[in-house]
Design a binder for this molecule. Sequence first.
Ligand SMILES: C[S@@+](CC[C@H](N)C(=O)[O-])C[C@H]1O[C@@H](n2cnc3c(N)ncnc32)[C@H](O)[C@@H]1O
Length: 355
Amino acid sequence: MGTTIGEVSRAESCIVADTKWTIVRMIPESSFVSPSTKQPLTKTPDGSALLGGPGERYPLIEGIPQLLVHSGQAQASGESQAYYRDRASEYDRGIEALFAMLLANEEQTRGEMFAELEVRPDSRVLEIGCGTCRDTIHLLDMPIDVFAGDLSLEMLLTGRDRLRRAGKDTSRLRLFCADVMHLPFADGFFDAVYHFGGLNLFPDHRKALEEITRVVKPNGRVVVGDEGIAPWLANSQFANILQNSNPLFRHRAPLDCLPVAARQVACRWILSGSFYLISFVKGEGEPRLDLDVEFPGRRGGSHRTRYFGKLEGVSPELRGRVLDAAAAEGLSVTAWLEKTLGRATRNVARDGAGD
Ligand SMILES: C[S@@+](CC[C@H](N)C(=O)[O-])C[C@H]1O[C@@H](n2cnc3c(N)ncnc32)[C@H](O)[C@@H]1O
């Protein structure tokens, strides 16, 4: 029988880890920017910290940059930080139990989730809220650059141990500590962003999704998911049982919190309908419309005239006469008003307003 990962001695695993970790540092620190000002960071000569503007110093702890802002918003995420700090060691057992209870194969499920990222070779992918790297370990099997970040250093350290024990090639991985509300990356830095499992407890869903979308390139993909019973199962015993043990299953897919720039939005429910998974492509601003297509029919006009060309109201009697006059001339109401009011205003301009 071969040596199992669990039997690798501490010394052996450290040698593997150190070799890998030297390579990890090949993804440069210059990839990061200040989480508050978004200005570039520089490394201190001794390599112990990254420096931003005045008073901005982000230490590296065990080689992992701590890119957390010290503001009120960071405080809002503080509760999550404390929660996961205390539970990092038992987290993995909880996840294994969860997948077992849901009769699901974890590796297969996770593979199906991040397949929605549609990454290409050499894509640069952000995984935020990576926890103990249960997705990261599979993302590393693809020929892509992975930035895996979490609010909790303890979760990241547990995750790094997992990668080391598995002997993963981490040359294209960069771990970092950051808050999803203040990501330490320039706009459009990533081809795709992935998050699973923490969204329900992010302090502000709308702002978190906005920040995630900010760091994706135009046309890049975002995939996010968390606990949330599918609407058609809301009153099932399945839902009641899950919610009885974990109130997080009461959450609903936060589709109303997606940014207006979201395009090709898809939401599906995975793990027997107990978790939502939302994916979308980053567009630009609001969806576009052709405002000048004419509506057929009696009222006529276009979105431009109906929305941007509104005038004050008139008496119901005059309105009736306008409708009759338009019908008598075989014109839509809009076309009749354009013609008649256009003529009237030209006459006023020609003859003088007071005449
Ligand atoms: C339930 S775990 C999911 C971990 C991992 N994605 C998985 O699927 O196993 C949620 C993770 O989100 C992280 N998290 C919570 N709030 C966060 C925030 N504001 N910014 C970044 N990460 C956060 C937690 O520290 C935790 O590791």
